[in-house]
Design a protein. Structure first.
Length: 549
C-alpha cells in the first residue's frame, strides 16, 4: 500500500513541528503538497506546561469534589478507595497507549485518526461520531452543573441566564488562539491543585483532632458504620461487593477526558516529547490527587451520612463540605463551590476542544463534511466549534426540571461513551503493537517513544473496561430494581457504536487494514526526518517544579 500517491494522502501525514525561526531538519519527499495542509492550518500554541497541566486537569473535576460522596455512600470507605484506585490503574493503561501512538503520529483527532490507520476506516467513523455525540451531551451537562453551582449563592436569577453566560464563555475560549485555551486550563489546574491540597490538609486536621472543640476521629468511620456498605439492601458479602462494583461507573466519569492530552497533538509544540512526558505522570497524579483525597474523605465523613446522597449539585453535596460543616468551619463551602465552578468551565472547554478537533479529524478522513476543515485566522476550526456549540441549547431543557437530576442522568451517558472510547484506544494500540512485531520494528529503538508495561497495560485496560461496560447497569436486572432510564443510559451506546460501525462498513465497503499493511515505517521515517529540537535542561530552583517541568 502506497501512502504517498493515494488521493488524500494528507490524511496520513503530519510533520513533526511547525515552521519555526530555525530549521529543524530536512523534510521528507511527499508528492502531494496537500500533506502539509493540516500543519499549516492549525497553530502550535500548546507548550509543555500546558500539556502537563491539561493532563492533570483531566483527572480533577466535579467527579472528585462532588461525586466522591456518592461513591462513599454506595461502597463504604474501603470500597470507594479500591474503586478509584483500580479505575486509575486501568486508565493509566489507556493513557500510555494513546501517548505512544500520538508520539509517533501527532494528528489532530488522535485515536479517531489512528483507528483508520491501524484498523478500519469504519471504526474511525463510528468512534469519531460517538465521541462527538458524547461531547454534545457532556457540554450542556457541564454548563447545567455550572448553573446549579451558581445557584448556591443566589436563587433569585433564572438558571437560564447562567447557562447562556457559561455557554458563551466556552465558545469564546475555543474561538481564539489555542494558547488562550492552554493558559486558561493552566490557571484552572493551579486552582484545582490548591483546592485539593488544601482540602487534604483540612481533612487531616479534622481527623487528627486539630480543630478546637472537635475530638480525634482516626479510623472510627471504618469500623462504624463499617468498611463496606450493604448496597441495595442486599445482605452479606454480595451486597458489599455490588456496592464496591458500583464505584467503577462513578470513577469512570471522574476520569473521563484524560485522553484529551492527545486530542490536540497537531497544536502541541514538540508533541513527541511533551505528550509522553505528561502520560508518564498520570499514574502518580491519580494516586496523589484522587486516591489520597478519597482516602481522607473516608476518614472524616461516615458513609451513612444522609447528605452524601442528596442531589443538590452544589458544594453542599461535597464530602469535604459536609466534613467542614460537621467541624464548624463555615468558609469552606464557598471556596469549594467557586473552584468547582471553574472545574465545570474547564471541563466544558476540554470537551469542546476534543469534540471540535475530532470533527476536524473526521473531515480529514472523509467521514464528515469538508466544511469542518475550515479554520479562522487564529488556526481554530471554527465551523467545528460552532457545530458542537449548537447542542449547548440542550441545557435549557433542565429549566423545566431539577438541573441536578438531568445532570446525573447525562453523567451515565458520558461515562459509557468514555469507557467505549478507552476500549477502542486500547484495541487500536494492540493492533499497532502486533503490527510492529509482524513488520520487525523494534519499538524501543525505532519509535519516538515506547510506553512501558506494554502490551500488558493495554490488555488489562481493554478487558477491565469491557467488563465494566457490560456490568455497568447490573442493578436493573435485580428483581424489583428495573428502571428504564438506568438501562438506556448504561447500554444505549453499545448498539449505537455497532450500528455506526457496521452501517458505514456496509455502505462504503471498507476493509480491515492488515498487520503487514499498516504505515508504521512511513511514520517512523517522517519522525526521523523531522527531529524535534533538543530539550533545554531545567536549572536552579525550577528543578523543584514537579507539576510541569
Amino acid at each position: 500500500m502506497s501512502y504517498n500517491n493515494e488521493k488524500g494522502s494528507d490524511d496520513y501525514f503530519q510533520a513533526s513541528d511547525e515552521k519555526l525561526d530555525v530549521e529543524i531538519g530536512p523534510v521528507p519527499v511527499v508528492e502531494d503538497e496537500r500533506a502539509f495542509e493540516e500543519q499549516n492550518d492549525l497553530k502550535r500554541g500548546l507548550q509543555q506546561r500546558h500539556i502537563q497541566m491539561i493532563a492533570l486537569a483531566g483527572t480533577i473535576g466535579t467527579g472528585l469534589f462532588l461525586g466522591s460522596g456518592r461513591a462513599l455512600a454506595n461502597a463504604g470507605p474501603v470500597g470507594a478507595i479500591l474503586g478509584y484506585l483500580f479505575t486509575g490503574i486501568l486508565i493509566s493503561g489507556v493513557v500510555l497507549s494513546i501517548a505512544e501512538l500520538a508520539a509517533l503520529v501527532p494528528l489532530t483527532g488522535s485515536y479517531v485518526r489512528y483507528a483508520a490507520c491501524f484498523f478500519d476506516p469504519a471504526l474511525s467513523f463510528a468512534i469519531g461520531w460517538n465521541h462527538v455525540y458524547a461531547a454534545c451531551v457532556a457540554i450542556p451537562a457541564e454548563i447545567t452543573a455550572a448553573a446549579v453551582l451558581i445557584s448556591f449563592w443566589t436563587t433569585s436569577v433564572s438558571n437560564g441566564l447562567w447557562i447562556t453566560l457559561m455557554g458563551l464563555l466556552i465558545i469564546g475560549t475555543n474561538l481564539f488562539f489555542i494558547r488562550v485555551y492552554g493558559e486558561l486550563e493552566f490557571s484552572f489546574s493551579i486552582l484545582k491543585i490548591m483546592l485539593v491540597v488544601g482540602t487534604i490538609i483540612m481533612g487531616l486536621c479534622i481527623d487528627l483532632g486539630g480543630v478546637p472543640g472537635q475530638p480525634r476521629l482516626g479510623f472510627q468511620y471504618w469500623t462504624n458504620p463499617g468498611p463496606f456498605v450493604q448496597y441495595l439492601g442486599i445482605p452479606g458479602s454480595l451486597g458489599q461487593f455490588l456496592g464496591f462494583w458500583t464505584t467503577f461507573s462513578n470513577a469512570a466519569y471522574s476520569y473521563s477526558g484524560v485522553e484529551t492530552i492527545a486530542a490536540a497533538a497537531a497544536e502541541t509544540k514538540n508533541p513527541r516529547r511533551n505528550i509522553p512526558k505528561a502520560a508518564k505522570r498520570i499514574f502518580v497524579r491519580v494516586i496523589l490527587f484522587y486516591v489520597l483525597s478519597v482516602f481522607v474523605v473516608t476518614l472524616i465523613v461516615p458513609s451513612n451520612n444522609p447528605l452524601l446522597l442528596k442531589s443538590s449539585g452544589t458544594a453542599s453535596a461535597s464530602p469535604f463540605v459536609i466534613a467542614a460543616n460537621l467541624a464548624g468551619i463555615q468558609v469552606v463551602p464557598h471556596i469549594i463551590n467557586a473552584v468547582v465552578l471553574t472545574s465545570a468551565w474547564s471541563s466544558g472547554n476540554s470537551t469542546m476542544l476534543g469534540a471540535s478537533r475530532t470533527l476536524y479529524g473526521l473531515a480529514r478522513e472523509g467521514h464528515a463534511p469538508r466544511i469542518f476543515l475550515r479554520t479562522n485566522r487564529f488556526g481554530i476550526p471554527y465551523i467545528s466549534v460552532g457545530f458542537v456549540s449548537l447542542f449547548m441549547t440542550l441545557g435549557y431543557m433542565t429549566l423545566q426540571d431539577s438541573a441536578s437530576t438531568v445532570f446525573s442522568w447525562l453523567q451515565d451517558l458520558v461515562s459509557v461513551a468514555a469507557v467505549i472510547a478507552w476500549m477502542v484506544i486500547c484495541f487500536v494500540y494492540l493492533r499497532f503493537y502486533y503490527a510492529c512485531q509482524r513488520q520487525g520494528i523494534d519499538r524501543r529503538r525505532e519509535l519516538p517513544w515506547a510506553a512501558p508495561f506494554q502490551p500488558f497495560a493495554a490488555w488489562m485496560a481493554l478487558l477491565g473496561f469491557g467488563l465494566i461496560l457490560i456490568t455497568g447497569g447490573y442493578a436493573v436486572f435485580i428483581h424489583g430494581k428495573w428502571d428504564v432510564e438506568t438501562f438506556i443510559s448504561h447500554y444505549f451506546n453499545i448498539p449505537l457504536i455497532l450500528a455506526l460501525y457496521f452501517g458505514y462498513k456496509w455502505t462504503k465497503g471498507t476493509k480491515i487494514v492488515g498487520l503487514d499493511e499498516m504505515p508504521i515505517r512511513y511514520y517512523i521515517d517522517i519522525a526521523n526526518a523531522n527531529p524535534e529540537p533538543e530539550e533545554v535542561k531545567v536549572k536552579g530552583w525550577r528543578r523543584l517544579n514537579i507539576l510541569w517541568s
